[in-house]
Design a binder for this molecule. Structure first.
Ligand SMILES: NC(=O)c1ccc[n+]([C@@H]2O[C@H](COP(=O)([O-])OP(=O)(O)OC[C@H]3O[C@@H](n4cnc5c(N)ncnc54)[C@H](O)[C@@H]3O)[C@@H](O)[C@H]2O)c1
Length: 371
């Protein structure tokens, strides 16, 4: 790859995401990207990162400098959530490619503005739903698509931990709350796992252990047009985690317990033994002890196959490989996997859930940018 093919990137916001994730991921794909500008309202962060990573990037406090910098082709937006939509719209207007971290918008109206901009500047906006590239999610999707579980009825997806968080992500006027923070990831998974348009959305928000005034628990029940029910939960107040995935179909089940080395447990009906055609019987079953099968069971023998195996989807992606896809889209024209319309649908569902829980509606947010 020629050095001149590298995409020159300016990062806005150098915190846990901008410094800890974007900068690290971009450096990992050194042959594809070059960090040429670093912006943070705390200028010292930009200078320190520049020095630590031996970069020779422009440093600035004002994001507008990044938008007009000729050496910046792609702007990565990783400052706090309330600035995301406006900065992305401005960057697109300035002719830049944009990687926009989640939440891409705090409300559906802003989401629709991004969708309109995406149509106006096609192929320029990359919504950073990086957990779309998570191995666990991709492997679950592969198993569902293989058909081994039959017709899927119910999917549960849970992320549980116990955290007494007290950062800005716990404060509603800062755009915090786990519906904005983990919601974009889990709702995006849910919509993809649904495999059909979403028909209904029902959500519950609660504050359990975090301080601040924003939710640290959500439970969302989605139903899809194909009949699937998807139950997504996040809790920051659960000391014992639940299974991360449970998928139940009419021919079997799949479970992924929590933990970094967890293995899938798959149990499904052996396709070598087709199920007999049986009919519902309205008669009275034989008295106890007078039939060969358990009275509340069905009379046939079921042949199950059970397997335990590690998480290993066919692709080699993980949540840190998203920039490789951004490069492939910009330089090679390979369609980016996360469509803006899908990311905006996530924002729409988020807003519906918030409206169903008025105690957690977001007041006017405070902005941290320069005036
Ligand atoms: N995709 C992911 O997996 C992921 C993970 C973590 C955070 N995030 C998202 O990244 C965003 C930042 O989260 P964080 O945890 O890094 O926050 P943070 O508070 O750790 O960092 C934010 C940084 O942005 C700077 N900043 C704030 N306003 C700015 C502005 N107007 N211009 C320039 N710099 C500004 C701050 O000084 C700080 O350095 C959030 O929206 C969060 O949802 C995404």
């Amino acid at each position: 790859m020629k050095k001149s093919d590298r995409i020159k990137v300016g990062i806005i916001g150098l915190g846990r995401a901008g410094w800890g994730m974007h900068a690290g991921e971009l450096t990992r794909f050194k042959d594809m990207f070059e960090i040429t500008a670093l912006c943070d309202i705390e200028l010292k962060r930009a200078a320190t990162l520049n020095k630590e990573q031996k970069l020779s990037a422009r440093t600035c406090r004002d994001y507008r400098e990044i938008l007009t910098a000729p050496e910046v082709e792609l702007v990565a937006i990783a400052c706090r959530s309330p600035e995301h939509t406006d900065y992305a719209l401005e960057a697109l207007k300035a002719g830049k490619y944009v990687v926009l971290d989640k939440p891409i918008a705090l409300n559906y109206a802003d989401g629709k503005k991004l969708l309109a901009a995406d149509r106006r500047y096609p192929g320029r906006l990359f919504c950073r739903q990086n957990r779309r590239f998570e191995p666990e999610f991709n492997h679950v999707l592969e198993i569902i698509d293989s058909g081994v579980l039959g017709k899927i009825c119910m999917i549960r997806h849970s992320v549980f931990s116990y955290q007494r968080r007290n950062d800005w992500q716990t404060i509603r006027r800062c755009g915090g709350g786990q519906l904005n923070n983990w919601g974009p990831h889990l709702i995006d998974h849910a919509v993809q796992l649904a495999g059909a348009p979403i028909k209904s959305v029902n959500g519950i928000l609660r504050k359990v252990t975090a301080v601040g005034d924003a939710e640290d628990f959500f439970k969302i029940l989605l139903t899809a047009r194909n009949g699937r029910i998807i139950d997504v939960e996040f809790s920051g107040g659960a000391a014992i985690p639940s299974n991360v995935y449970e998928v139940h179909g009419d021919r079997g089940s799949l479970i992924l317990p929590p933990g970094p080395d967890a293995e899938f447990h798959l149990k499904y009906l052996d396709p070598e033994y087709p199920l007999k055609a049986i009919r519902a019987d309205a008669g009275t079953p034989p008295p106890p002890g007078h039939c060969s099968w358990a009275p509340y069971r069905n009379p046939e023998e079921l042949h199950w196959i059970e397997k335990h195996f590690p998480v290993k989807p066919h692709n080699d992606d993980n949540i840190g490989t998203i920039y490789r896809h951004v490069y492939n889209a910009i330089r090679k024209g390979i369609p980016y996997r996360v469509k803006t319309a899908e990311a905006v649908e996530v924002v729409h569902i988020t807003e519906l859930v918030r409206q169903q829980n008025p105690a957690f509606l977001q007041p006017h947010v405070i902005h941290t940018g320069l005036k």
